[in-house]
Each structure stands twice: as structure tokens, then as C-alpha cells.
Design a protein around this ligand. Structure first.
Ligand code: GTQ
Length: 358
């Protein structure tokens, strides 16, 4: 059989084109070319800590929190990915926030989920969430669930810095969800609980009730239970990580890996939209790829992550991101510990998650 002549590019008559345009209609064979291209130029990228540090120091000198315009009122340097204006990825936002001694980042609440991962902390640097002061010690991870009031108060004598991780691009850009922000009437919300209260509600021994007075579902309501305010102390997490490294086999792609669980369910993901892992790497991992985004913060050590043809060389406190569907693997120099952040729960919720080895 003779080969088919390639068809001529399909063209509508000018009249048809005009008719559709006048009626705000477009043919699918045009429309479909635009799908998946709204977020152009997502590249593997790394932000080195020395550059972040210089930048957060400079804005701390120039901009007191009290002078910030209405809005979030947070002094934050935000890693921004190529081709995207306001975040490291199309779903997950990462920022580096500072609060100087004596300053308060005023109380507000919002529909986006948030967490703090402490970089430079102290006993006297407190994030106040849902009535409790949580001390921010180095590498502690503290949740700020949807709609919980939160302010950050530095009663210490050193500037505190931490990572903010939120699902802002997903909520504000993709879902275009409005009315998701409210300021508290006070800069500092009243502290109504003693330290350790939220741990007492969601720790290993906890009150035996179906639903708590604050409306946050109790432990027996399945996987949709809302994430509570909670502090994962690094001391405990590191100990657990060491136990894994001493006793278990590493995951081929993630090394010795721990998931931060939602204390309400005892299962990951920590938030419906974002999942977090502490990963201890001792050896080169196997390459794989998946459609969810991975972002990382380097807790300890140094090494490289290979992403397609790129090599991201990282050391302590760097932040880097791996775009969807890029083949990647980690190659630590000796031992390293990473905080892994991913939007995988969103993909899983709708049966879109896919992962493979090359
Ligand atoms: O500390 O509440 O980086 O509301 C962005 C938005 C931090 C916060 C951010 C926020 C916060």
C-alpha cells in the first residue's frame, strides 16, 4: 500500500473562524495545544543558602515588619522558579522568613495550609498557633493548619529564621479561591493554652473522644480528619531516623525516609495537599521520575541531585526543586539529611499519581 500523503493542516473558512470567535468558542484542536502550557519553563533549580542569607539579612535591615503594607505582613524572601512569578512551583510555595528580636509577625489566619521548619530558632522564638505558644527550636517542624490563628513572636535576642511552606499557588492560583484570609484584631492572639496542650490532644496518649470542642475532628473519623496544630521536635525525628538507619533497609529512591504523619489519622499526608519526609541519605539513590513536584531543604550534609542533564550541587540549608516528570536521583557526599516536600497527595486524591524508573 502506498504511503498516505500527509493531510494538509486543517483550516476553517474565515467565516467559520469569525463565527466561533464572536461567540467565545474555540475548536478543541486549537484549545488542546494550550493545555499543560500555562506554567512555562519549570526548571530544576537551586537556591544557595549564602545567597538566601545575604538577601534575608538585607531585607531585615531595610524593612521592619511593622512597616509592611496590609496583606500577609511577613518579612519573607521567596524562591521563585523560572517562568513562574511567585513561588518555587505551581502548587507548593516555600519562603524564608525572619523575625528580629522584639518583633511580632501579627496574628492572622487563612485557608491555605502552612508549616514552619525552623532554621535559626531558639526557646524564646515562638510561633503561636491556635492559642498555644510553640517554641521554635532548630529543625522543629510546626504545623499551621487551615484557618488557625497564628502569629510569630521573637522574645529572644537573636534574629530567628525559618522555612514557610504553604499550598498558596494551588489555593490562590489554580483554584482561584478567594475570601481565604483574615487579620486578627490583635497583633498577638491571646495565649489560651499551656505549652504542650496540642501535644496532649494528639500525642501517643490522648483524650478518647470522637469530636473535640474546637471542632477539629478526633482520631476516629477516617482519613479526612483535619491536621491539628502540632510540633514535631527534631530531637525525636532525628532519633527515629537513626533507628531506621541502624535497623532498616533504605528505600531505593528516598534513602532512610520518614513521613511526617497527620496526628489526627496517624497516616501521611501531613496536609491534604502536601506531604513531608525527613530523608537520611548514605548512598547514591536509584533514578526515578514522577508527575508530582519534589522540593527539598538540606538539613545536614552535602551532595548532588541529578535532574535530567542538570546537576544541583547542594550543601546545608540550600533549597532546590525538581520539576514533574524529570528523571532524578540523589548522590550524597557521605551522610546527608533532607527535608522532602511534595504535592503528591493532590495527585493521589484524584488518581493521577504516576511514578516509574527509566
Ligand atoms: O507566616 O503566616 O511565607 O501567611 C506566607 C504567608 C508566611 C505566615 C508566608 C503567610 C505566612
Amino acid at each position: 500500500m502506498a504511503e498516505q500523503e500527509p493531510k494538509e493542516l486543517l483550516e476553517m473558512s474565515t467565516d467559520t473562524e469569525r463565527l466561533l470567535e464572536e461567540n467565545d468558542l474555540r475548536p478543541l484542536w486549537e484549545v488542546e495545544k494550550d493545555f499543560g502550557n500555562q506554567f512555562g519553563g519549570f526548571e530544576a533549580d537551586i537556591w544557595k543558602w549564602e545567597d538566601i542569607q545575604a538577601s534575608i539579612d538585607a531585607i531585615e535591615q531595610d524593612v521592619p515588619i511593622a512597616d509592611l503594607p496590609p496583606g500577609f505582613q511577613r518579612r519573607v524572601a521567596v524562591p521563585v522558579n523560572t517562568g513562574y512569578r511567585n513561588a518555587i512551583s505551581n502548587t507548593i510555595y516555600v519562603g524564608v522568613q525572619t523575625v528580629s528580636p522584639g518583633e511580632t509577625a501579627p496574628a492572622h489566619r487563612h485557608g491555605a495550609n502552612a508549616l514552619r521548619f525552623t532554621i535559626d530558632g531558639s526557646e524564646d522564638m515562638k510561633t503561636v498557633v491556635a492559642g498555644e505558644e510553640f517554641p521554635m527550636r532548630d529543625n522543629d517542624l510546626i504545623t499551621t493548619p487551615q484557618w488557625e490563628w497564628h502569629d510569630h513572636v521573637n522574645d529572644g535576642d537573636e534574629t530567628a529564621a525559618w522555612l514557610d511552606v504553604l499550598d498558596l499557588p494551588l489555593v490562590l492560583d489554580s483554584l482561584n479561591a478567594r475570601n481565604t484570609f483574615e487579620n486578627h484584631e490583635l497583633d498577638r492572639q491571646p495565649v489560651t493554652k499551656s505549652q504542650g496542650y496540642w501535644e496532649s490532644q494528639y500525642g501517643r496518649a490522648r483524650p478518647f473522644e470522637d469530636t473535640k470542642e474546637d471542632g477539629i475532628p478526633g482520631p476516629f473519623e477516617g482519613n479526612c480528619a483535619a491536621t491539628p496544630p502540632y510540633r514535631f521536635s527534631w530531637k525525636d525525628t532525628l532519633q527515629t531516623l537513626r533507628q531506621r538507619a541502624d535497623n532498616d533497609d533504605p528505600d531505593p529512591h528516598d534513602g532512610y525516609s520518614l513521613s511526617y504523619v497527620n496526628p489526627a489519622t496517624g497516616q501521611p499526608p501531613l496536609f491534604p495537599t502536601m506531604s513531608f519526609r525527613a530523608q537520611l541519605l548514605q548512598e547514591e539513590t536509584d533514578p526515578h521520575f514522577h508527575n508530582a513536584v519534589d522540593a527539598y531543604f538540606v538539613i545536614e550534609g552535602e551532595g548532588a541531585t541529578h535532574v535530567g542533564d542538570d546537576v544541583l550541587e547542594w550543601s546545608e540549608r540550600d533549597i532546590f526543586v525538581i520539576p514533574p516528570d524529570e528523571i532524578h536521583h540523589h548522590d550524597p557526599d557521605g551522610e546527608a539529611i533532607l527535608l522532602g516536600m511534595t504535592d503528591r497527595p493532590v495527585f493521589e486524591a484524584f488518581n493521577f499519581y504516576a511514578e516509574a524508573e527509566p
